[in-house]
Write a protein of this length. Structure first.
Length: 150
């Protein structure tokens, strides 16, 4: 009986099997290469989506400002800012707002407030997001996003 149990144990161990250290290192290396190749591309898409979001928000502000203009006969001043789209300014007799959903002025995708100037240098008003770097100018995802064509 003792002779029969010893061979059956060794057979079980061979059937159970497992991964060797070399096999695990190969798999980890392959995963690391995939992440290294795909990671920057995914981050690029994230940056592009934030730029597109800012452009869409600026278009929404422009539409809301046009509605404000139709009601009040003027655009909000720089001192009133975009808040005039969600809270009635004191010197406006006709106001059918809020003109933005949610009752708050959203910040840009990087968490900073949009810059609003009226009258603007490029039209009746200018709306600017300073991009990912939060400073004027820049290139790529750090470039300014504006309400006028550059």
């Amino acid at each position: 009986m003792t002779a029969n149990t010893a061979p059956s144990r060794s057979r079980r161990r061979k059937k159970e099997g497992g991964y060797t250290l070399v096999e695990l290192l190969v798999v980890i290396t392959i995963i690391g290469l995939i992440v290294a190749l795909v990671g920057p591309r995914v981050l690029g898409y994230l940056g592009d989506s934030k730029v597109k979001t800012a452009k869409i928000q600026i278009q929404g502000f422009s539409s809301a400002l046009d509605l404000f203009y139709l009601d009040a006969g003027r655009y909000p001043s720089s001192s009133e800012g975009l808040n005039a789209l969600v809270q009635r300014p004191g010197n406006v007799s006709t106001w059918n707002g809020p003109y933005l959903k949610g009752g708050t002025v959203p910040v840009d995708p990087w968490g900073k407030a949009y810059i609003y100037r009226a009258p603007g240098q490029h039209g009746p008003f200018d709306i600017v997001s300073l991009g990912s770097d939060g400073q004027e100018g820049g290139t790529g995802n750090a470039a300014d996003i504006t309400s006028w064509a550059r």
